[in-house]
Design a protein around this ligand. Structure first.
Ligand code: MEV
Length: 326
């Protein structure tokens, strides 16, 4: 397995930033062991920690009560100074399926781990997943591994450059790096926030029905064909497969009329598009046709979406130089 550079030890104040993520193929199915392909995107969340008289997060003096990820993160990385001023700023829309929670968790975990002596990237991926899982109760390590590693990644795929394996005690998810074809992608937030845990539970119920294994097999074959098309750098085929993955996601009940409206609006300017992340609201990802990225962005903005042109963020979570005290 390839050893990525870890997070080094620093003393407070410490600032870390992590990219968001977007899933190309296999969300939901990955929770049940299916293949998933996802990429870290160049929208970032930055978290800073510094010593203070009492614990606060963005000015909130009782943040454990209001922020589900904070308690599990502080509990896993004790002993750190119990009184920390934590601040976060983010360009990733929240609860939008674009990895804002994973980015917050892994940037916070990286900063806390750095103050405690540093951590390997594989251990940070495992810790970030454990924190997210403690808050969400369900899910896969796809999002957290992606924002920790950066680049284009696969889960549960037998080939690729193996990075690490993450386990929840019952299931193991092997994580590998794939070559990035270097394309620009579009992501667009519908404005409908959603809870990942609720969507994951609803799809899990759907997949427990008699045709569940057949559906999972269809998710699997679309994702593996998607991998093949990405490796062949064939955007037309990738686009067709994105559309097919969307059909499957609609079939398991996580599309939404607003997502359908976005997909409809952008279709003439892209090779293909689908919802990305948990669905039931949230965002879409699209692969624009050559010369059509601006038109695609305009089409999405016209129907009220917050649309971004993104590229793969090659490095995952990292420490950055702290600025002056806030
Ligand atoms: C959420 O971004 C992706 C899901 O597959 C849940 C997960 O993998 O944890 C829906």
């Amino acid at each position: 397995m390839r050893e990525l550079e870890g997070i080094t030890a620093r003393s407070l104040p410490i600032v870390a930033r992590a990219p968001g993520k977007c899933i190309l193929f296999g969300e939901h199915a990955v929770v049940h062991g299916g293949p998933e392909l996802l990429l870290a995107i160049d929208l970032y969340t930055q978290v800073s920690i510094r010593a203070a008289a009492s614990l606060s997060l963005n000015g909130d003096k009782d943040p454990r009560a209001h922020h589900p990820y904070l308690g599990p993160a502080l509990d896993r990385f004790g002993p750190v100074p119990p009184d920390l001023q934590i601040r976060s700023v983010s360009r990733i829309p929240r609860a939008a399926g674009l990895g804002s929670s994973a980015a917050f968790v892994s940037a916070l975990a990286a900063a806390l781990a750095s103050s405690g002596g540093g951590i390997s990237r594989a251990a940070l991926a495992a810790e970030s997943f454990a924190i997210e899982r403690a808050a969400q109760g369900v899910g896969s390590p796809g999002d957290t591994s992606c924002v920790v590693a950066g680049g284009l990644l696969s889960l549960n795929v037998p080939d690729g450059e193996a990075l690490w394996e993450v386990s929840d005690g019952a299931r193991n998810w092997p994580v590998a790096r794939l070559p990035d074809p270097g394309w620009a992608w579009l992501v667009a937030y519908s404005g409908i926030p959603r809870r990942t845990g609720d969507a994951v539970r609803a799809v899990s119920e759907r997949l427990a029905a008699a045709d569940g294994p057949t559906l999972l097999e269809r998710f699997r074959s679309v994702a593996l064909e998607g991998l093949d098309a990405l490796r062949a750098e064939d955007p037309e085929r990738v686009g067709r497969l994105l559309d097919q993955n969307q059909t499957l996601l609609a079939e398991v009940g996580v599309s939404h009329p607003r997502l359908e409206a976005l997909l409809e609006a952008v279709r003439p300017a892209v090779y293909g598009a689908k919802l990305t992340g948990a669905g039931a609201g949230g965002s879409i990802v699209a692969l624009p046709r050559p010369g059509k990225a601006l038109e695609a962005l305009r089409r999405l903005t016209r129907v009220g979406a917050a649309a971004y042109s993104v590229r793969v963020a090659p490095s995952g979570v990292e420490l950055v130089e702290p600025g002056p005290p806030a």
